[in-house]
Design a protein around this ligand. Sequence first.
Ligand code: BGC
Length: 599
Amino acid sequence: MKKLFSIVIIALLIFGCAKNETTIVDKETIIDLKVDSLLALMTLDEKIGQMTQVRHFDSINNNEIATKFIGSVIHTEGPSPGEDAVGWQAKFVSLQKQALSTRLGIPLLFGVDAVHGQNTFNGATIFTHNIGMGATGNAKLVEEAAAITAVEAQATGFNWVFSPCIAIPYNEKWGRVYEAFSESTELTQKLAKASVRGHQGDLSKSNTVMATVKHYIGDGSTDFGVEGGETSITMQEVNKRLLPPYIDAVNEGVGAVMVSFNTLSGKAMHAHKKMITNVLKDSLGFDGIVLTDWKGYSRFGENDIVNAGIDMVMAVDGDLDIFQNGLKNGIDSGYVSMDRVDDAVRRILRQKFRLGLFEHPFPDAGLIAQIGSPAHREKAKQAVRESLVLLKNKNNALPIDKSAKKIVVVGEHANNSGLQSGGWTIAWQGNNENYNGATTILDGIKSIAKGEVIYDEFGTENHSDADAIIVVVGETPYAEFFGDITDDTGKYQLTLTEAHQKYIHKYADKGPKVIVVLISGRPLVVTNQIEQSNAFVAAWLPGSEGNGIAEVLFGDYNFTGKLPHSWPKSVEDFKGMYGPNFWDQSIIPLYKFGYGLKY
Ligand code: BGC
């Protein structure tokens, strides 16, 4: 059958050229011909299979990649695919071989949540989360970071990443604020384009990956910042504020769009035909893959989501058979048209051809040496430096004199690469432990300071004789709805914990300069703590290169970061549906979007 497929392609190409000798058959035309001829050979089961994405560790033990004609495999939380990168590649090579052993030999797409570097692999270069990238405002840097992420993702066996998140968060209570670049549509547009370009580059090369913009649409603008909640803003506002980054990403050739968990004016986005088919596909001309989010088929209306325009289903957590049988029944009964299925499969095959997967289905073992390489880490460190926003610097408390006799560092976030990196780091919810290859903020301080550096983790000692106290405080890692701030007694709050407030208060006006470094996935209400400190730095979630922070604190580099969000003054700012942002002009923030001091 594979032979038949090749003959059809060759015949089509020869026929196409012979008709008019001057015709230049471009790459895309050839891909379309290949897609059509392959589609013509496919059975319904094979088509449904292509529309299915499964986890690598379940449902596929008994050769089900082959027997269920699976189109894509995802890695996220769950058993590691292997001991090291060689093992990860080997695992995905073996699954790919299963796919290639089928009648038509259609290769798999391997997708991963590499949202700030290949963050699922312990030892990869972990970049500052997107909110930090937003603070850099540096499109070139975002593009370079994405290209590095692509290399490290490919090196661990993936050809597809579920990134970038181009949400526009309007409420800091949302647990995913840090996954997005900014509350500003314009800044998000600029960085979305850069990120797609960086990940995808020349898509057919072995060191690039297909990118995904997510979560379409309204994920960050739900009422009261609830993950997967209701987005009640008008369609006019959706078009003006939320859609532009998608337009830019589509024009940049992004390969996939992931649909969001929220409802839009009461309608589940997964089943929103107007937004998916009419707007995204027809008006914007998106010709790539529209993917569900987690378990989207059974959660949001089964075949209604296919009819709305979903092309691939994340069929996880028991959804595999529900989806495959459900769609088959839907087609048999005429509820889902064959045209709709063909459109979905055409899009999936088109991306596989664009990625060059039919020619190069396996990862390049030569890339493994680049995982966490010094050059990659240097770029991540640059991102950390550029992401830091100086909110206060009374009497030039910063930079710290490198020759200071005694510097005391306080706070568990100062010496823990897990805490400094946030969610989506090694584990889905992040972790509180150091991981391979990372440097902590304390490591950086120790490597630059010439005098004594004392680490008082929980601020229990008394060092009023110190020249400077560097207090590193902030949020503990979270991801998705776990990080939503639901009420004042919840796990996450808009303010620092009492313990962290005390670290700062203890030394306020006691002699030493108090320098606060805030590690957080969003602006927090820290008005009093800013008041009590001599210098205050918003450092976001810097990732693996914590030592980049010290390079700025000691003045080797100046601050260049600017606030990607308006900064709240009080918890009262969050009484309404949104926080202080472009949206709600009635709230006066403590610092406006774009604020940031320099030396
Ligand atoms: C998240 C997505 C993510 C997906 C796969 C979902 O719960 O909303 O952002 O890509 O899981 O892990």
